[in-house]
Design a protein around this ligand. Structure first.
Ligand code: GUN
Ligand code: ZN
Length: 456
């Protein structure tokens, strides 16, 4: 927590005064808290705005005599949320009922995604989606695009214009998909992926993810081609779905009868490694969990989606026992909310339900960590986003615990940090997010900015 001495090559020095919440490190859900804190940010020589100091206001301010400080009295500054799995093209699919995953894909999701053949449509949805993420305090997301390469370009251009750290990829699906969404030529789908990696991966704050939709909609040739690309580009991410729904698991077994398990299809294709993120991971066994853990692949837990589609409950105890790493995700449009507070609340509910065993009562710090530092760690971005340690990129949220009468009343009665954070998790939503700050720029100005913030 010691201040970094100002250095001449840093510019745009800013101070942000409020209560602070962050994590001691990315590996553990150990919260650090200051009731009157100071976050100091500046632009480094490489152009990125990073945290230069974090800690108690009175202890730090003397080191920064000329600092312009914005004071968010009565507010809490916390790391920007990281959504480990979401589909930007499914923004308009949210809240579509179905009898389970496969009918939902067929009746709502695939027809909506077909519209992304039109680049103007993709650009418009990307714009709305990113605004919605900002409104909810999500500053980094690993998102699916669609099978159309232009859907990746549209998203990347919008994210780049906002200076956001975002990751996406063209969906690979060369079978069991409707015309207009199916890759007609497997080799071409892999060439398109390679071209998009070259165009976008590592440009500004953008990253590329090789994105086979799920095993049932890819031929073995496409999955193995994706695995070869993953080997050639080790810093590129991989994203897919696995073991979400029992009908889906049965279908995967029918299509790949020689695989030991559904997960094993991806293992055989070379798609399990660090930076590989698999959504859901509900119907796995311990061999699968250990295989993921050993290879560094992680689970994106999507509790609002799993509850909505009736898919099942993520097994936290088994994941922990096997060393499987994880983080939280909205999975919009299967998920029912963009709000990290709704997702954390649903994760708590899911952990309570553990079938056939005593349910867990996850601490609010652990839930919060799963959606910030823990999710960043799962992406291999620990120390980069999801935390407010010195050196982290300056993406954060300013929360107003008095945003609603009930939040204010309950916050006032909290007797410990844990009790207060738990109330925010259970009662919070987008009203709690007064401002989202990305790289020193405030994205959402709450209606009461003039009253709750002053520049000293
Ligand atoms: N499995 C394959 N595609 C999808 C999708 O779009 N959403 C969810 N939740 N599961 C999937
Ligand atoms: Zn998904």
């Amino acid at each position: 927590m010691s201040p970094t001495p100002p250095r001449a090559q840093r510019t745009d020095w800013r101070g942000w005064r409020a209560a602070l919440l962050w994590f001691a490190d990315s590996q553990h859900a150990t919260p650090l808290h200051e009731t009157d804190g100071l976050l100091v940010t500046a632009r480094d020589a490489d152009g990125t705005v990073r945290v230069q100091a974090v800690g108690n206001y009175a202890s730090l301010i003397g080191h920064y005599p000329d600092l312009a400080v914005t004071h968010f009295a009565g507010h809490l500054i916390a790391p920007g949320f990281v959504d480990l799995h979401i589909h930007y093209p499914q923004t308009d699919v949210i809240a579509s009922p179905a009898e389970g995953l496969l009918p939902w894909l067929e009746h709502y999701t695939f027809p909506h995604e077909q519209q992304f053949a039109d680049p103007a449509h993709a650009r418009g949805v990307a714009r709305f989606f990113l605004d919605e993420l900002m409104r909810h305090g999500v500053t980094t997301a690993l998102t699916f695009a669609t099978a159309h390469p232009a859907s990746v370009d549209a998203f990347m251009m919008e994210a780049q214009a906002r200076d956001l750290r975002m990751i996406t990829g063209k969906v690979l699906q060369d079978r069991h998909s409707p015309e207009g969404l199916r890759d007609r030529d497997t080799a071409q789908s892999l060439q398109q992926t390679e071209a998009l990696i070259q165009r976008w991966h590592g440009v500004d704050r953008l990253g590329y993810a090789i994105t086979p939709r799920f095993a049932p909609t890819s031929t073995q040739a496409q999955l193995h081609g994706a695995g070869e690309l993953a080997q050639q580009h080790p810093t590129v991410w991989i994203q897919s779905h696995v073991a979400e729904n029992l009908d889906e698991v049965r279908w995967a077994h029918e299509l790949f009868p020689h695989a030991r398990s559904y997960l094993d299809v991806y293992t055989q294709a070379g798609l399990l490694r660090e930076r590989a993120v698999y959504a859901h991971c509900i119907h796995l066994d311990d061999t699968d969990r250990r295989c993921m853990a050993e290879r560094g692949a992680v689970a994106a837990i999507s509790p609002t989606s799993n509850l909505f589609l009736g898919s099942g409950f993520f097994d936290y105890a088994s994941a922990d026992r096997c060393g499987l790493r994880y983080g939280l995700a909205s999975d919009v449009g299967g998920g029912t909310s963009f709000s990290p507070f709704h997702t954390m609340h649903a994760a708590y509910t899911v952990a309570r339900q553990a079938v056939g065993r005593a349910g867990l009562s996850l601490s609010p710090a652990h839930l919060w960590w799963q959606h910030t530092a823990g999710a960043a760690r799962a992406l291999g971005l620990d120390g980069v986003v999801g935390n407010l340690q010195v050196g982290c990129e300056a993406d954060f949220v300013v929360l107003n615990p008095n945003a609603t009468p009930l939040l204010a009343r309950r916050s006032a009665q909290a007797e410990s940090l844990a009790e207060w954070l738990f109330a925010l998790v259970v009662l919070g939503d987008d009203r709690l997010v007064a401002h989202t700050v990305v790289q020193g720029e405030t994205f959402k100005l709450g209606p009461n900015l003039a009253e709750d913030a002053c520049v000293a």
